[in-house]
Design a protein around this ligand. Structure first.
Ligand code: ADP
Ligand code: MG
Ligand code: MG
Length: 250
């Protein structure tokens, strides 16, 4: 589904990604771990097409399409979605309108008409309940005054409504208490399906107790230096990152 090859990315002339390779198949959940500043957020931002990143070498293909030739909107329409791709807060724009507009854009890309209002309301109510979000959130401006945990839940709600083919989630566990993390993890688990891939950036192994990844990758200094299964995350939790760095330098 997603094939990243020898990706080099600079921000303001500073090299951040330095030859990153990653292949993600449909149906898989991949976790990207690694020390602060390694380039984890940069990777998902570049795939989604955020501004400010210069790809100096390498390629990204999504379902055979050359992603680097696609505008940010085209990428979203093709089914690649980064959580919080939308501004953190949009004063005055109700959550529910943003969700509906984004869903209709996704449907239009698939050649489908606008979602009928009753169907949309049913979908949103169902998914809000799943995320244990009171429906009053839907009537509030996007993320305005939301707590950290509420923002994360809202991010997953967006994914559950839009059902992207490739869902990219950056540190969805940061700042969550255990209960909120379980709700968020359940939401992500219900996103899992044979025709969808999930790329998760996380600092901590604890999230992976609730969302079992198919593959775990360690990103250090702009490259994936080690990959493994879920046991690698446990090993990282126990031993830190230094040994991986040393091993990759050897
Ligand atoms: P991670 O998510 O792994 O912590 P990031 O991808 O956020 O790492 O950042 C990687 C490096 O790129 C860091 O050194 C960071 O300071 C730098 N960086 C990221 N975005 C920018 C930016 N917009 N301007 C300047 N430097 C940036
Ligand atoms: Mg960072
Ligand atoms: Mg980051």
């Amino acid at each position: 589904m997603l094939e990243v090859k020898d990706l080099h990315v600079s921000v303001e002339d500073k090299a951040i990604l330095k030859g990153l390779d990653l292949t993600v198949n449909a149906g898989e959940v991949h976790a990207i771990m690694g020390p602060n500043g390694a380039g984890k957020s940069t990777l998902s931002a570049v795939i989604a097409g955020k501004d400010g990143y210069e790809v100096t070498q390498g390629s990204i293909f999504f379902e055979g399409q050359d992603v680097l030739e696609m505008e940010i909107e085209e990428r979203a329409r093709a089914g690649m979605l980064l959580g919080f791709q939308y501004p953190i807060e949009i004063p005055g724009v109700k959550n529910i309108y943003l969700l509906k507009a984004a869903l209709n854009a996704a449907r239009a890309a698939r050649g489908e008409g606008e979602v009928p209002a009753p169907e949309f309301m049913k979908l949103v109510r169902e998914k809000s309940a799943e995320m244990k979000m009171d429906t009053s959130f839907l009537q509030r401006a996007v993320n305005e005054g939301f707590s950290g945990g509420e923002k994360k839940r809202n991010e997953i709600l967006q994914m559950l409504v839009l059902q992207p083919k490739l869902a990219m989630l950056d540190e969805i566990d940061s700042g969550l208490d255990i209960d909120a993390m379980k709700v968020v993890a359940q939401g992500v688990n219900s996103l899992r399906s044979a025709d969808r891939a999930i790329l998760m950036v996380t600092h901590y192994q604890r999230l992976l107790n609730h969302i079992e990844p198919d593959r775990v990758h360690v990103l250090v200094d702009g490259r994936i230096v080690k990959s493994g299964d879920k046991d690698l995350a446990l090993e990282l939790e126990a031993r830190g990152y230094d040994w991986v760095v040393e091993e990759s330098a050897a």
